[in-house]
Design a protein around this ligand. Structure first.
Ligand SMILES: [Zn+2]
Ligand SMILES: [Zn+2]
Length: 49
């Protein structure tokens, strides 16, 4: 069995980064673009690029 914790993912449709504990998004970029279904996420997270 995997011993992974349940990680909340960023609410941005085009982003798959883990979200901050205090937020539904991984970054301010995604928080501002949360309603925009952009394919290219430019949040700057290394996991996104
Ligand atoms: Zn991202
Ligand atoms: Zn994000």
């Amino acid at each position: 069995m995997a011993d992974e914790k349940e990680v909340k993912r960023c609410a941005h449709p085009g982003c798959g980064c883990p979200a901050d504990e205090d937020s539904d998004y991984c970054s301010a970029y995604c928080e501002g673009a949360g309603d925009t279904a952009e394919i290219d996420c430019e949040c700057g997270c290394p996991t996104c690029h």
